[in-house]
Design a protein around this ligand. Structure first.
Ligand code: ADP
Length: 721
């Protein structure tokens, strides 16, 4: 370096900015010799960073040609010579990087360089400096004169750093305050250091301690439900490694401090460095357990309702309750998520007279099918389980967990059958305890919800009703069968009776006729030989025979009512039939001087001759049972009584005492002796039989000495006799 003029040197020294002049010519040659001039910027930088010995040899080879007083002061050297001699002392690791950048500039033929760095003073203080170096014009090739100015920027750097620190603090503070203000749980995860900040929401929601902790790798694995973790981990890893993804959301189960899991919905931000690497994640967790629970409960309810609907449908479709139970026991078990479901039916044991409940059908989750239990399988006496029995009688469910069982019978029963929780729903049919639907939970001590119980009660009630209906139908069928059988027997005996009455009355006519005619012959032929007494005996005998004949005729008539010959039904004017009946009794009407009032009459549909006989029998009684010295006044009327027509025949005769009203329709029921009023006591019985066959009613209103009103109904809807 040529000698600087003395004047220039003194001006140079007066400048307050530290300046020195460097000679890089040897450094340049060295760099050329190792071929760094042919490389691009990044390659040079990479090479130098990897080969620090080359950088160090460059430091040794570059020369500071001159420097000013301000440089001496900046570096706290004793003198210019001191500084020039010990220049390598000022280099720190930081200034090494700045020197590398300077070398990069040389290799890439850039003639100006600016950079910040720190240097060590001779009194070992760290000073931040801003370096500006420029190749002097005319020295671009040799690089033997490079002017370097430095500026002490230590204070500015300190201020900036403190400013940044404050900003960081206040922004963190704001974050902490914000995280306290909202109820969500917020975590702030420094991915690089593994530090996790847990907000106060973690305590209120999940019971975890808030604050900053350095968490281990498995913090998420330990807190996320094992079933959710694999998916959440792979989703989170994918999000972290995608430099473009800044947000991540997921729903999973998060472990609470008490070991239970809460459903959470998480939304988080991924903060990345300038290379896109995830360095920090801030997540907000919302407890959505109740929302999830209600979702679950809706799904559960839907399941339950589906089972009830299909069950009720099957029960209504004439299928037997037993086959519906066999088909649906598994569905009930699956819907209620239990390990076993079974039907217990009650029965009284003959020898002991004890009421026992016996398993009849069982479904288990393991076998996945319903089977009928064999006799050897357990049945238990309800006496041994008074609590169960008491609840059942009150139509209430009984549930118990193994840990709270006191009854030794129940405890050993549950242990034997590996039951953790037991639920028994009583089934009532016809208000008696038919049995139970039983549910076993073998994995854990289950708390049956009200929903579970009410669903299972609905099912039990439906089965109870179906059992009752089926029992009722069976007893109805039995009753019908019995009725049919007795009807058949009755038909046979009626037929036989009719046959007998017909044959008897018909065959009796003949000997009776013989008796009468021989008695008449006796009277005629031996009239002169018989005295008055004998004649009167013969008369009694003839009279008796006549009466007997009449009885036989009436009986014959009675037996014929409803017979096959009387089934002809016609539609006719009832007034015509009534007039015909009057005609048949014309002689009697005239003899008794009776007055007959007639109403209006409808067209009816029935067996006409039976109807005539009905009117004739009642009318003849009204003529016969008149009061002495009082002419009979008889009214025949009809009225519409809805489904039927009612006919009535009212007289002003002797009337009938009340106590006989029920009896006079029976055969041979007479209230007078034959001398007062003749008759056989069959007329009204015939009437009753006719009306019964028609499907109508017969009855009377009567008061002694005032008169009687007999009435009967003829249904409008046709029924044969
Ligand atoms: P009978 O052949 O005796 O008339 P019925 O069966 O026709 O038999 O009548 C039964 C009994 O009812 C009669 O004996 C009579 O005592 C009583 N009776 C029937 N109709 C009348 C009436 N209109 N007034 C009073 N008593 C009557």
């Amino acid at each position: 370096m040529p000698q600087e003029p003395q004047q220039f040197q003194s001006i140079f020294d007066m400048i307050p900015t530290p300046i020195w002049v460097e000679d890089f010519s040897e450094v340049k040659n060295h760099l050329i010799s190792i071929g760094l001039f042919d490389l691009d910027e990044n390659e040079v930088r990479f090479f130098l960073q990897e080969n620090l010995e080359i950088v160090n040899s460059c430091i040794a080879n570059f020369k500071v040609v001159s420097l000013n007083q301000a440089c001496v002061e900046l570096h706290k050297a004793k003198s210019k010579e001191d500084l020039l001699k010990n220049m390598h002392k000022i280099f720190s690791l930081d200034s090494l990087n700045t020197f590398i950048e300077q070398l990069v500039c040389i290799c890439t033929k850039k003639y100006y360089f600016e950079g910040k760095t720190t240097v060590k003073t001779f009194t070992n203080e760290i000073v931040s400096i801003l370096i500006k170096s420029k190749v002097m014009i005319g020295y671009e090739d040799s690089l033997s004169k490079v002017i370097v100015t430095t500026e002490d920027i230590t204070n500015q750097v300190i201020q900036l750093e403190s400013l940044q620190r404050n900003d960081f603090h206040s922004s963190n503070e704001r974050f902490i305050y914000a995280s306290q203000a909202i109820s969500d749980a917020i975590w702030d995860w420094n991915v690089e250091t593994g530090e996790v900040f847990w907000s106060s929401g973690f305590y209120s929601l999940f019971g975890h301690k808030p604050g900053i902790r350095k968490e281990k790798e498995d913090v998420w694995e330990n807190n996320i439900h094992p079933n959710d973790y694999p998916f959440i981990k792979s989703s989170l890893d994918a999000a972290k490694s995608n430099p473009n993804q800044l947000k991540w959301s997921a729903t999973y189960r998060f472990r609470k401090n008490d070991g239970n899991y809460a459903y959470v919905s998480e939304h988080s931000l991924i903060l990345r460095d300038k290379n896109g690497k995830a360095v920090r994640m801030i997540g907000a967790l919302q407890d959505i357990t109740s929302q999830k629970e209600s979702e679950k409960s809706i799904i559960q309810k839907t399941k339950y309702l589906q089972v009830i609907a299909s069950l009720v449908e099957s029960l209504l479709s004439f299928e037997s309750w037993e086959s519906v139970l066999v088909r649906n026991l598994g569905k009930i078990g699956e819907a209620s998520d239990v390990d076993r479901v079974y039907l217990l039916a009650n029965q009284t044991i003959k020898n002991t007279n004890k009421l026992c409940s016996k398993k009849q059908y069982i479904w288990s989750k393991l076998d996945e099918e319903t089977s009928k239990t064999t006799d050897s399988e357990s049945s238990f006496s309800l006496e041994d389980f008074p609590n169960i029995y008491r609840q059942a009688l009150k139509k209430e469910a009984y549930s118990i967990k193994l840990s709270s069982v006191e009854n030794p019978h129940l405890k050993s029963f549950m242990v034997e059958n590996r039951i953790q929780s037991l639920l028994l729903i009583p089934i009532h049919s016809k208000n008696t305890l038919f049995g139970f639907l039983g549910f076993d939970e073998c994995q854990y001590e289950r708390d049956w919800t009200e929903e579970d119980i009410s669903f299972l009660q609905t099912i039990a009630n439906n089965f109870g009703n179906a059992i009752e209906k089926e029992d009722f139908e069976l007893s109805l069928q039995k009753l019908n069968l019995e009725l049919k059988e007795s009807n058949h027997e009755l038909e046979i005996s009626n037929g036989e009776l009719e046959q007998f009455a017909f044959v008897a009355s018909h065959d009796l006519q003949e000997p009776l006729r013989m008796i009468t005619s021989f008695l008449s012959l006796l009277e005629k032929k031996y009239s002169d030989q018989l005295d008055e007494k004998a004649k009167s005996y013969i008369n009694y005998a003839v009279d008796g025979a006549f009466r007997m004949r009449q009885i036989i005729l009436d009986l014959l008539e009675f037996s014929r009512v409803g017979g096959k010959s009387n089934i002809e039904i016609t539609r006719f004017e009832s007034v015509h039939a009534i007039l015909e009946a009057c005609d048949l009794l014309a002689k009697k009407i005239i003899e008794t001087n009776a007055k007959i009032n007639m109403g209006t009459f409808p067209i009816i549909q029935t067996n006409k001759s039976a109807f005539i006989q009905l009117v004739q029998n009642i009318l003849s009684n009204s003529l016969k049972y008149s009061k002495k010295g009082v002419y009979p006044v008889i009214s025949i009327t009809s009225k519409d009584v809805g489904d039927s027509w009612e006919f009535s025949i009212e007289d002003n005769g002797i009337g009938i005492p009340k106590e006989y009203h029920g009896k006079i329709f029976n055969v041979f029921q007479r209230l007078h002796d034959k001398n007062t009023y003749s008759g056989t006591g069959i007329g009204l019985a015939i009437c009753k039989r006719i009306v019964d066959h028609i499907g109508g009613q017969i009855g009377l209103d009567s008061r002694e000495n005032i008169g009687s009103r007999f009435y009967f109904t003829i249904p409008k809807r046709v029924k044969g006799l």
